[in-house]
Ligand binder design. Sequence first.
Ligand SMILES: Nc1ncnc2c1ncn2[C@@H]1O[C@H](COP(=O)(O)OP(=O)(O)OP(=O)(O)O)[C@@H](O)[C@H]1O
Length: 264
Amino acid sequence: MSGPPPPLRVEDVTVRFAGLTALDSVGFTVAPGSVHALIGPNGAGKSTCFNVVSGLCRPSRGGVRLGERELTRLPPHRIALLGIARTFQNIVTTAGTVGDNLMLGRQALGRAGFTATALRLPGTVREQREHRARAREIAELTGLGPLFDTPVALLSYGDRKRVELARALCLEPRVLLLDEPVAGMNSGERARTVEVVRTVRAELGLSVLLVEHDMGLVMRLADEVTVLDFGRRIAAGTPDRVRQDPEVRRAYLGTPTTSREHIA
Ligand SMILES: Nc1ncnc2c1ncn2[C@@H]1O[C@H](COP(=O)(O)OP(=O)(O)OP(=O)(O)O)[C@@H](O)[C@H]1O
C-alpha cells in the first residue's frame, strides 16, 4: 500500500429526520493510521454518522472529505472504491464458503466485465486467480486462513463477524469503518477481534473508525475518541481524557435508563 491513508474529515455535519436532529454540527478528523472511536449512549447519532461517512445518508449541512476528495454527495459504491469500507452491526454474510464471501468483497475491484467473466477469457481467469490469492492473504491476516474453504454457515458467531471484517478489507480500503465489531461476542472472541484490528491496522497501514459500546475495547484500541450525546459532540480526545470528562460521565451515568452503558 502506498503511503499513509489521507485524513478522513467529518465537517460540521447536521442530519435531520422529520424534525429530529440526529446529528448537530458534528465534526472530527480520523488521523492517518489511527484508530478513532465514536462513542455515546443509545440514540446519540453514531450509526447516523457512519451512514453519512459511507454515503447511505445525506447530511442537510456539512460534509465528509478523504484527503482533498469530497465524498458528501457520492453514492456508497463510489465511496467504497475511493477507499472507505465498512462493516454493519448485523451479520450480512451470505451462503457459501469463507473464500466465496471474501471474493464478493473483491468483486467490486474487478476490472473484467460480466460477459468476459462468463466467457472465462484468459485475462479474466488470471484476474480471478489473483483476487483469490489476495483473498487468501487477507483470510490469513484475520485468522481465517484455516477456514477459507469452510461454509460460513458452519462458523461460530465470532468467526462470522470476522468474515465481515475480512470482506471489507478485500476492498483494499484506506479507512475501515467498524460498526460494533464485538457486539454479541464472548470474551475470547472479543480479545481475538482486538488482536485482528491491531494486526490489520499495522500490516495494512489503514485508519479505523470504530463505533462500539464495549468501553474496555474502546479504551484499549482507540488513539482518539469522539463522544456524541443527543447528536452533539460533547467531548473528544484520548481515551483517558474522555474517561475523566465530567460531561461524558454525566451522559453515561446521569440517566435512569439501564440501556446506557458504563464508562468507568
Ligand atoms: N431513518 C431514521 N428515521 C428517523 N429517525 C432516525 C433514523 N435513523 C436514526 N434516527 C434517530 O436518530 C437518532 C440517532 O440514531 P442513531 O441510530 O444514529 O444512534 P446511535 O448512537 O447509533 O444509537 P445506538 O447505539 O442505539 O445504535 C435516534 O433518535 C434515532 O431514533
